[in-house]
Design a protein around this ligand. Structure first.
Ligand code: 5GP
Ligand code: MN
Length: 332
């Protein structure tokens, strides 16, 4: 038996205590591949243990990720009954990330499995492993170590989380253990080219038009070390797209030679969703996002603020400037 993680035994113990309970597996707002994949995997694994489990999200499952649900029970908040649910969160750095409504409705979290360095350890039992590339990687390791059932849909869901959160096996968290886990997931039935096809070969023309507008918005700051692009509310209308279609656009801002931090700001009805992506961990963009009440990882972080884009831009540039100075002087 492989032993990927020392925490696996205690994870399996807590799963055992859920027998006889009804469980809701919650993900975060604007769910991404790792969120959906981890919810699918956790829900299915609980069900193999005879535990009544349903995945629930405040926001809908993005179009490109729907294929990965298989027959996993997935519900909107309105569809949940009134059982005395035990709550499990996956890929959520803090309790508020599940969405305000779900947080108020379910104030107590039993289990929190996540890989964000900024995780606030808000549950009764917290499995937060910031060295993991994805929550999917943590779950895969727990499942393999404890020989918890992995069917084809679970294997593909876990691979989906790892593939998307490593930027298709490019980011710094990509290491031998990640490939070992993925090898095992392939043996359990995952088909990587099918996953890649679903994720990257089903673009809608509108999304490509949205990307054109985003690329045209690029502004270079700090001697071209920072590239900031924006998406306005009107861009969605003009291209017939939705905010979920801007997923991963920020990677283009980071991809330019010489750029150290790529930034995406999305303007939605006077609210802004921001994303930071750094090429190196030393930039600690999770701390930069924290200045705007956000968080995330050293190389990938986000935030939400309520302020019009024009007013926000100077503040954003100023905070990035201060942050770059701290990185240069002190490092982290
Ligand atoms: P993205 O830029 O793709 O939305 O998010 C990048 C990373 O930062 C993800 O791991 C995400 O969970 C985290 N993140 C994004 N927005 C927020 C936020 O408002 N608060 C916190 N704590 N984390 C966020
Ligand atoms: Mn993740």
């Amino acid at each position: 038996m492989t032993n990927f993680l020392p925490e696996s035994a205690s994870f399996a113990k807590f799963i055992g205590t859920l027998k006889g309970s009804s469980v809701l597996v919650l993900g975060h707002r604007r769910p991404d591949g790792d969120c959906i994949g981890s919810q699918v995997a956790m829900t299915r694994m609980l069900r193999t243990q005879g535990i009544k489990a349903v995945a629930v999200n405040q926001d809908p499952v993005p179009r490109t990720l729907r294929k990965f649900l298989g027959d996993t029970p997935f519900s909107e908040p309105e569809g949940i009954g009134t059982d005395n649910y035990k709550i499990v969160t996956v890929d959520c750095a803090d309790h508020a990330r599940v969405g305000e409504e779900l947080k108020i409705r379910f104030p107590e979290v039993f289990l929190n499995v996540d890989h964000h360095v900024s995780n606030t350890q808000f549950a009764e039992h917290n499995f937060v492993l910031p060295d993991a590339s994805a929550t999917g990687e943590i779950l895969a390791k727990f499942f393999f170590d404890s020989e918890l059932g992995i069917d084809q849909i679970t294997a593909e869901a876990l691979y989906l989380g790892i593939c998307t959160d490593t930027g298709q096996f490019c980011y710094s968290g990509t290491n031998a253990a990640v490939f070992e886990v993925c090898r095992r997931l392939c043996l359990a039935g995952c088909n990587p080219s099918m996953v890649a096809h679903e994720l990257y070969e089903r673009e809608k023309p509108g999304r490509v038009q949205l990307l054109q507008k985003f690329l045209a918005s690029f502004k270079m700051e700090f001697n071209d070390r920072v590239c900031i692009g924006h998406v306005r509310e009107s861009f969605y209308r003009e291209t017939g797209t939705k905010p979920e279609d801007a997923e991963n656009f920020v990677d283009y801002a980071r991809s330019l030679e010489g750029v150290e931090i790529g930034v995406l700001v999305e303007d939605r009805c006077g609210k802004i969703k921001g994303s930071f992506r750094a090429k190196d961990k030393k930039y600690r963009v999770d701390l930069l996002a924290k200045k705007f009440e956000g968080g995330g990882h050293a190389c990938a972080a986000g935030f939400n603020v309520t302020i019009p884009l024009e007013e926000f831009y100077p503040d954003l540039v100023e905070e990035i400037g201060k942050h770059l100075e701290v990185v240069q002087k002190e490092g982290f």
